[in-house]
Design a protein around this ligand. Structure first.
Ligand SMILES: Nc1ncnc2c1ncn2[C@@H]1O[C@H](COP(=O)(O)OP(=O)(O)OP(=O)(O)O)[C@@H](O)[C@H]1O
Ligand SMILES: [Mg+2]
Length: 335
């Protein structure tokens, strides 16, 4: 007779401006990774719309006389209606302009983790580093996410810096020594670690949203539409006659330059430049690194500045959209 033992569950959660990603590991099984867009759109409530959403399995909830559609499908729905999507987070942290953001994030986390995740699970969630030159406090953001997770029933909760999570996920073979970069929707997060110990973390307040809104404003397109074009067809090194593609290149280059300069300045002002005694690998992750040619463009920009440390290689994360969640899972597992 075999006794059924409940498998211990561990959860890594990437609470991003653009997407919420959950990596759930049960016992020795492979981690299961799920994600949803961290966005919503509301529609007038009719019985027919409600039934259609249920039939298609699209996440939604009722709110007064409105149906709120959230997660992946909200973008297409907003595009069809010619509207912008609404976002519970902005620039890496909770959006104080959206009254319903806590509730909405909670619903999306619940959808991503599924009904079966046990409240006994250990949970580690990602938080950004403070922006360079900014005074934004992350205390409120982190404490509120903790509260949201507690309300979902979890009690074993901790936070991990996003750039450090990328290092945990991608740099095991260099003994967690190197540089992790996550190019997200709201921010780009950077961390430098030596044998898993964070030496330096910062964020740059330029991410995908900055690129989208910049390109939208110079072309007169809706932001959500520009984002869809960027995700479907943008790549570097094209000779574009298309105005949107050309504008995307300009704002992308601006973002890359800000990361590279941030790295140079932060390493430069660290009182003594860390003596790593070896060249460091740099890993690029996040949805922003997906366009073809991004790695080359980044490496070129990196080579054009004088860094006080040596870089051994610049490479893409194995699964750029999952690196933060998988790293948060590693952090939870290593506790
Ligand atoms: N295939 C793609 N090509 C280009 N860009 C993409 C692609 N897929 C996603 N993106 C962009 O990546 C960004 C989202 O990346 P990611 O999911 O890593 O962000 P996030 O973790 O939610 O945000 P943050 O870390 O800033 O809080 C968005 O700007 C999105 O438009
Ligand atoms: Mg992110």
């Amino acid at each position: 007779m075999t006794t059924e033992k409940k498998l211990a569950e561990v959860v890594g959660l990437d609470v991003g401006t653009s997407r919420i990603v959950g990596a759930v590991k049960r016992g020795s099984e492979e981690a299961i990774v799920e994600s949803q867009l961290n966005a919503f759109v509301s529609l007038p409530h009719t019985k027919l719309t409600g039934q259609s959403l249920v039939r298609e399995g699209i996440p939604h909830r009722l709110s007064g006389d409105q149906i709120v559609v959230f997660g992946n499908e909200s973008a297409r729905m907003a595009d069809l209606l010619g509207r912008e999507i609404r976002r519970p987070m902005t620039r890496g942290i909770l959006n104080s302009q959206e009254a319903d953001s806590h509730h909405q994030i909670q619903e999306i986390i619940r959808t991503v983790l599924g009904e079966n995740t046990s409240p006994d699970a250990k949970v580690c969630f990602s938080v950004p580093a403070p922006p360079l030159g900014g005074e934004d406090s992350l205390t409120y953001h982190e404490a509120t996410l903790r509260q949201i997770l507690e309300q979902l029933g979890f009690s074993d909760i901790r936070a991990v810096n996003e750039g450090v999570a990328v290092i945990y996920s991608e740099l095991e073979e260099s003994n967690f020594t190197g540089i992790g970069v996550s190019c997200g929707g709201g921010l780009c997060n950077v961390a430098v670690a030596y044998m898993s110990v964070p030496i330096l973390t910062f964020s740059v307040a330029k991410g995908g949203d900055f690129i989208d809104s910049g390109a939208a404003s110079v072309t007169g397109e809706l932001i959500n539409r520009v984002r869809l074009v960027k995700e479907e067809s943008f790549h570097f090194n094209g000779h574009f006659s298309d105005k949107v593609q050309q504008a995307l290149t300009v704002y992308y280059d601006d973002m890359i330059a800000a990361i590279v300069q941030g790295l140079r300045d932060s390493l430069g002002t660290t009182r003594s430049v860390p003596k790593f005694g070896r060249a460091l690998p740099l890993v690029l992750s996040g949805g922003g690194v997906l366009p073809e040619g991004f790695r080359d463009r980044f490496e070129k920009a990196l080579n054009s500045v004088n860094l006080p440390i040596e870089i051994s290689e610049v490479r893409l994360a194995r699964q750029p959209l999952e690196a933060t969640a998988r790293g948060a899972l590693m952090a939870a597992l290593s506790e």
